[in-house]
Ligand binder design. Structure first.
Ligand SMILES: [Zn+2]
Ligand SMILES: [Zn+2]
Length: 99
């Protein structure tokens, strides 16, 4: 898991922080978590953006973007609020694919 990437929350574009799951986050140990304390959005390298629900399988949104080269879930790397442009990047090391 790379920890040098800086994903933004896909709900309101806040920065996310690297986090290690407590027990019972049953599908990913390491992930990024939105820094808004009322937002439970997470980004997991294997799943993409998810909102964990205790004791339930993860629900990945249908419009989760994937890298065309690697098939990996992409994260939001930057947002241009003035032009309303959201940029996605691939978590694969060295991949320059953007969407
Ligand atoms: Zn959030
Ligand atoms: Zn890629």
């Amino acid at each position: 898991m790379r920890i040098d990437i800086l994903p933004l929350c896909d709900q309101h574009y806040r920065t996310m922080e690297f986090s290690i799951a407590p027990h019972n986050f049953n599908y990913s140990i390491e992930y990024f978590r939105c820094t808004d304390k009322f937002c439970h959005r997470c980004f997991s390298e294997s799943l993409g953006y998810v909102t964990p629900i205790k004791d339930a399988p993860p629900l990945v949104s249908a419009n989760q973007r994937r890298c065309e080269k690697h098939g990996r879930p992409m994260f939001i790397s930057s947002v241009d609020r003035q032009r309303n442009v959201v940029r996605f990047a691939c978590p694969e090391e060295g991949c320059r694919e953007e969407a």
